[in-house]
Design a protein around this ligand. Structure first.
Ligand SMILES: Cc1cc2nc3c(=O)[nH]c(=O)nc-3n(C[C@H](O)[C@H](O)[C@H](O)COP(=O)(O)OP(=O)(O)OC[C@H]3O[C@@H](n4cnc5c(N)ncnc54)[C@H](O)[C@@H]3O)c2cc1C
Length: 405
């Protein structure tokens, strides 16, 4: 199939990748509608992609070459152990971790620059709703304008307006805990002593009721350190998290900031508490954790991709890989289709089961690492291995599924 007009709502990771896929597959016109006015590249957080997924995505063209990535090989699991260990705590387990870490802004810029020149990227274009028109779909923007397209792709994240049209009422469900996230210039570690932050490892600090991953990432001005700490916030039941939300820098409440300090003092080996405390308030975020599997990923001429279709708890380290896989599957479905409905059917068949399995795995990982943590400090290697295998429950690994197992 060739030709046609496509609107992509949302111009983040999934949006850029899907727009490129549509243009490469042969759409006449591809328009990305992104509500943000400012510089998206400044959203500077870390993320990881599994090496196996990255190789597949590079081969399909969904992950462009040349994006800065930092190699990681192992994951260390650490507990505070005041009696037996030094300030950096005790490493009670180590496992292979074949991933590369990325800086969100640099990844986004790489995807944006790799877009075919024919793609129109409109910033400050907030979409208020989409509707099926029988022969296509219509996008309504904040100014009240209605724009007709042959296909509308919802790449508008966890609070998707396109999802509301595809499967009304399907919303993210609060998992009962949050993550504090931050990143800092690696030069700030100078003089800290101990081991700093190992450059080839994810270090996971474990404590009753939570855990925190800390790892190096590339950055626009040199190496940075990224961390994500998961725990239940105080008064969790009373917090207004039923409506999907997040707390960007400057909007993190005093109570949440204080609780982070309490966790660092009470649960962290002193070295790791000092590393996190080097983070500027302007680089600290709080994000409630949600689960979502949209009941459907397509409806008539509407299609969902990335977090609009599936919100996977970050423990699975798979969100970006999954969004880029959605783009690869979409391009393949387009190339094999003779009609719009064949394209939508093929995409749905390819991506539906993968999303459901990832959500289920990430729920198990969240239970084991936050909601029902084991007594890590007393476990031997065999017990930790067996705990991890129970969480995987037959899955090959975290990081998302291979497209061609
Ligand atoms: C703490 C945390 C850690 C993570 N770590 C990893 C990791 O290590 N590895 C990994 O692969 N993934 C990770 N992820 C997940 C990953 O960030 C996402 O899954 C991935 O970025 C896909 O995002 P997306 O493009 O679908 O949505 P988003 O990035 O949410 O983008 C949606 C876009 O749509 C725009 N938009 C929204 N509504 C509208 C509208 N109405 N009109 C116009 N535009 C709109 C928004 O401004 C935004 O730009 C993590 C997530 C979290 C929360």
């Amino acid at each position: 199939m060739r030709g046609g007009t496509v609107a992509v709502v949302g111009g983040s990771v999934a949006g850029c990748a899907l727009a490129s896929a549509a243009a490469r597959a042969g759409a006449d016109e591809v328009v990305v509608l992104e509500r943000t006015q400012g510089r998206l590249a400044d959203r500077g957080l870390g993320l990881c992609i599994h090496d196996g997924r990255a190789a597949e995505l590079a081969a399909t063209g969904a992950l462009p070459a040349g994006i800065a990535a930092h190699p990681l090989t192992r994951r260390r699991w650490i507990v505070r152990d005041d009696a037996a260990a030094g300030p950096a705590g005790r490493v009670f387990w180590e496992q292979p971790f074949p991933f590369h870490s990325y800086h969100w802004g640099l990844l986004w810029r790489g995807l944006r620059e790799a877009m075919p020149a024919s793609v129109v990227y409109r910033q400050g274009a907030a979409v208020t709703g989409v509707a099926d028109t029988g022969a296509g779909a219509e996008v309504r923007t904040a100014g009240g304008r209605a724009e007709p397209y042959d296909l509308v792709i919802g790449a508008d994240g966890y609070r998707s307006v396109v999802r509301e049209a595809v499967c009304p009422g399907s919303r993210p469900v609060y998992a009962g805990y949050v993550c504090w996230r931050g990143n800092l210039d690696a030069r700030r570690l100078e003089g800290l002593g101990n081991e700093g932050v190992p450059s080839d490892a994810v270090s996971t600090v474990c404590f009753p009721g939570g855990s925190c991953v800390i790892y190096p990432i590339p950055g626009p001005d040199g190496p940075r350190v990224n961390w994500v700490l998961y725990a239940t916030p105080p008064n969790s039941g009373r917090l207004p998290f039923a409506d999907p939300t997040s707390f960007p820098p400057g909007r993190v409440t005093e109570e949440l900031t204080e609780h982070l300090g309490t966790l660092l003092d009470r649960e962290f080996p002193p070295h790791w508490a000092r590393v996190l405390a080097l983070t500027e308030p302007a680089d600290t975020y709080v994000q409630p954790i949600y689960d979502l599997e949209a009941a459907r990923t397509t409806a008539r001429r509407l299609l969902l991709a990335g977090d609009a279709a599936t919100v996977v708890r970050p423990h699975n380290t798979s969100g970006v890989a999954k969004a880029l896989q959605d783009a690869s599957a979409f391009e393949e479905a387009w190339r094999g289709a003779g009609t719009w409905s064949e394209l939508l059917d093929a995409y749905r068949a390819a991506r539906g089961p993968a999303g459901r399995e990832m959500v289920a795995l990430a729920r198990r990982l969240g239970r084991g690492q936050v909601e029902q943590t084991p007594d890590w400090a007393t476990m031997n290697h065999r017990e930790v291995e067996s705990w991890w295998q129970q969480l995987l429950d037959g899955a090959a690994d975290i990081g998302g599924q291979a497209m061609r197992p």
